[in-house]
Design a protein around this ligand. Structure first.
Ligand SMILES: *[C@@H]1O[C@H](CO)[C@@H](O)[C@H](O)[C@H]1NC(C)=O
Ligand SMILES: *[C@@H]1O[C@H](CO)[C@@H](O)[C@H](O)[C@H]1NC(C)=O
Ligand SMILES: *[C@@H]1O[C@H](CO)[C@@H](O)[C@H](O)[C@H]1NC(C)=O
Length: 184
């Protein structure tokens, strides 16, 4: 009797164990390793720079996926802040009306991108990860608008390409880090 009871219970236990095993990995906060970072960075246009950026923040050595998304947001915000300040500075230093106009619009683009990133941070803190892609796409659109303003005329005497490209990359890092949260 005991044997047959054992025989009927254990498949149920095994089934439950299987369910638990399939649930646990997605609900615990796993600490990420370098391969996890590479996996996210390989989705970007510049995996090496992406990895360098993540590593520039020493929190990335001991964090889970939510923490990594948070780091990406902080990096993107810091960069957008700096780029915004650079455009304001360039604006104040030129007397070329055409350039002033472009610097002004890029400054506004970055101002709005910073707002979008603040929204992203808010959504992440409130666990509304599914909404992040909307805000981060808005931020990307702002950066791209600024890039395009200069592409049309080729009159960018101060090469801002590097700062703009970095802003774009950092936004994609936020996007892909957040996507890996949503997929869970
Ligand atoms: C991380 O870097 C900051 C400075 O950037 C430093 O204050 C802090 O102690 C470092 N933390 C670790 C765990 O290395
Ligand atoms: C951005 O700059 C403002 C001041 O202009 C500062 O208060 C804020 O902390 C900065 N944010 C980041 C992420 O650097
Ligand atoms: C978000 O989720 C974490 C982990 O599940 C939890 O500790 C935290 O309280 C949540 N925050 C909000 C605002 O719901």
């Amino acid at each position: 009797m005991a044997r047959s009871l054992h025989g009927s219970v254990s498949p149920v236990l095994m089934f439950m164990a299987l369910i638990l095993l399939s649930v646990i990995p997605s609900s615990i906060c796993r600490i990420l390793n370098e391969n996890d970072l590479k996996h996210i960075c390989l989705k970007t246009s510049d995996p090496y720079e992406c990895l360098d950026q993540f590593k520039s923040d020493n929190r990335s050595r001991n964090t889970d996926e939510k923490g990594l998304a948070d780091i990406a947001i902080d990096l993107a915000m810091k960069n957008a802040n700096e780029t915004h300040a650079m455009y304001n500075e360039l604006y104040s230093r030129t007397s070329d009306y055409g350039l002033q106009e472009k610097y002004m619009s890029c400054s506004k683009n970055y101002n709005d991108a910073i707002r979008d990133l603040e929204e992203v941070k808010y959504e992440l803190n409130n666990n509304r990860t599914k909404l992040i892609h909307v805000e981060i796409n808005d931020a990307l659109q702002e950066v791209n608008t600024c890039i395009r303003a200069f592409e049309r005329d080729q009159i960018d005497p101060v090469k801002m390409d590097t700062a703009n490209e970095r802003s774009k990359l950092l936004c994609y890092m936020v996007k892909f880090a957040a996507e890996s949260l949503v997929q869970k």
